[in-house]
Design a protein around this ligand. Structure first.
Ligand code: SF4
Length: 304
């Protein structure tokens, strides 16, 4: 029992830990030599980039990205004393909690949600039974099903995520579906009436995010994303072979990745400098970069 209690204490709020590095959690890796989805102890590295320079980084134990966005943006604020006006990220970050944080803090979220591409596919748009295609009367708060029956609001339920965030889901029910000829196509539950659940707040955030994502600026951000953080990870992992941490524990791993990020930024700066020299373009980039480098070294020695 004592051993179990010690392990539970080490575990804390995580769902797993490694015996050789208790700060690391088991995650599914992209590198999967056995091709069986085996999990391995690791850290979730998050980076922010601007013109392929790493502007912020952090290390998380959570394998999923959803719960890392808010602390990551907070760490950006703490590092620079100001926040980004725009954030571009993939659909793994598009949750109600994250949207609420970004809209609430004056950040324009160019962040997709999980159905962003799928909801516009012709097959989905032409399926009348899907909730997204049911007519909603906002004034009187009811949905209309494909047979014209009103689905009235029957109550709300509160759902708590594993991050502790509470969402309100509204439930709507048809009056009677027993004699409906479309019953087989409409829903599969055994109940004699269809009940649907809708998160209005999340849907409103998604609509606003979609407006941003499909704007000219949004299309620019979306086309730039693959050549921003993805390319930086590619350079670090595949061009320079940094695929495993050499150190253990959160603090040391963070310091190690900080050095990797620093080296990446120096390489990038030198490459830009060389290109400018070849084109005979005068720039003050190296001088500015040196100031950042000194500042970062002070932070690292403190962390060590
Ligand atoms: S099964 Fe019920 S909800 Fe579905 S179309 Fe028929 S009446 Fe409407």
């Amino acid at each position: 029992m004592r051993e179990d209690e010690e392990k539970l204490e080490t575990l804390g709020e995580k769902n797993s830990f490694s015996k050789t590095d208790p700060d690391a959690t088991f995650m599914r890796m992209k590198e999967d030599a056995m091709n069986n989805g085996q999990t391995k102890p690791g850290y979730n590295v998050q980076i922010a980039t601007e013109n392929q320079f790493i502007t912020n980084y952090d290390i998380f134990w959570r394998p999923t990205d959803q719960g890392t966005l808010i602390p990551f943006l907070d760490s950006f604020q703490a590092r620079y004393g100001k926040q980004n006006g725009e954030v571009c990220a993939d659909s793994g970050y598009g949750s109600e909690q994250n949207y609420e944080y970004m809209f609430g803090n004056g950040i324009a979220p160019y962040v997709k949600y999980n159905m962003f591409h799928a909801e516009d596919k012709r097959k989905r748009r032409q399926t009348p039974f899907l909730i997204q295609n049911l007519h909603y009367n906002e004034t009187d708060d009811y949905f209309v099903c494909p047979m014209g029956q009103h689905m009235e609001h029957i109550g709300d339920v509160t759902v708590k995520s594993d991050l502790g965030y509470e969402s309100t889901v509204s439930r709507y029910s048809a009056r009677d579906c027993s004699g409906c000829p479309l019953r087989g196509k409409c829903y599969k539950a055994a109940a004699d009436r269809r009940i649907i659940e809708v998160n209005h707040k999340n849907n409103a955030y998604r609509r606003k995010a979609k407006e941003l994502l499909t704007s000219e600026r949004g299309i620019h951000h979306r086309s730039n994303r693959p050549i921003e953080p993805e390319a930086v990870f590619g350079i670090i992992k595949f061009n320079h072979g940094f695929k495993r941490f050499h150190l253990k524990s959160n603090e040391k791993v963070k310091t190690e990745f900080g050095l990797v990020a620093l080296a990446h930024n120096i390489r990038k700066c030198i490459a830009i400098n060389q290109q400018n020299m070849e084109k005979n373009i005068k720039t003050d980039a190296p001088k500015r970069f040196y100031i950042h480098l000194t500042w970062d070294w002070i932070r690292f020695s403190e962390a060590c």
